[in-house]
Write a protein that binds this ligand. Structure first.
Ligand SMILES: *Cc1c(COP(=O)(O)O)cnc(C)c1O
Length: 222
């Protein structure tokens, strides 16, 4: 296996090529290094090489793993990319700089209350279930505009953009295109889309945040 630091360098050059091909500024694309399941042995060298934005999918795992690292490296940014239970909203608002998984009214309401209470406001993305898969969380595409409106106008939650995870067996480009269209309809600048296998396609279709794990850190075990 390539070491994570070399792999990260390779990802950066692929981002640059994909951005140039799409006539986009590579610095307009945030690489979220998805560190879920990986330990400090792999994460610390990546931090030392300059990476500052990391993604975790579980609040509990992030809460034990990151505060000791943050104490040493204060300018790290943590992004939550996994679904959240209501009882984890307080911890999530405390810990994360961005939450990509605002996926139902109950969570939006809990976030609004907690953000008001803490006076701390992470960037928020609404997760859209673009493939309308029953097992996957997210707002159905046809309800996205009204959900974003409720967040903005009723809950006073500033929404940065939309996020999706395409179905594994479908052309990712169709889902990225749909997400871009929905974001434009709601006047949202942020697009969190693209993972290890398809981030270049996502960049071509306007991704502002790509979430890349295994292509940097290697295959996840379990
Ligand atoms: C794990 C995960 C990723 C990263 O996936 P890779 O294929 O390892 O790049 C991206 N987004 C979400 C929501 C994830 O859960």
């Amino acid at each position: 296996m390539t070491d994570p630091v070399s792999a990260l360098r390779e990802i950066h050059s692929r981002i640059e090529i994909a951005a140039k091909a799409a006539n986009r500024d590579p610095t307009s694309i945030t690489l979220v290094a998805v560190s879920k399941t990986y330990g400090e042995d792999l994460i610390l060298p990546v931090i030392d090489s300059g990476q500052r934005v990391f993604g975790e999918n579980r609040v509990q795992e992030a809460k034990t793993k990151w505060p000791p690292i943050q104490a040493r490296v204060p300018d790290l940014k943590l992004h939550l990319i996994g679904p959240m239970q209501s009882n984890k909203v307080k911890d999530a608002v405390e810990l994360f700089d961005a939450i990509h998984t605002v996926d139902r009214p109950k969570i939006a309401e809990a976030l609004a209350a907690e953000i008001k209470k803490q006076g701390r406001s992470p960037q928020l993305f609404v997760q859209v279930n673009t493939g309308e898969e029953p097992q996957k969380s997210g707002i159905p595409p046809q309800m996205t505009a009204s959900f974003v409106n409720v967040c903005r106008n009723k809950l006073d939650l500033p929404i940065t953009g939309l996020m999706c995870i395409p179905p594994v067996d479908e052309e990712a480009a169709l889902h990225f295109g749909l997400l871009a269209k929905l974001a434009a309809e709601s006047g949202l600048p942020g697009l969190s889309m693209g993972m290890s296998d398809d981030f270049e396609t996502a960049i071509a279709l306007g991704a502002t945040h790509i979430r890349v794990g295994s292509a940097i850190f290697g295959a996840r075990i379990g």
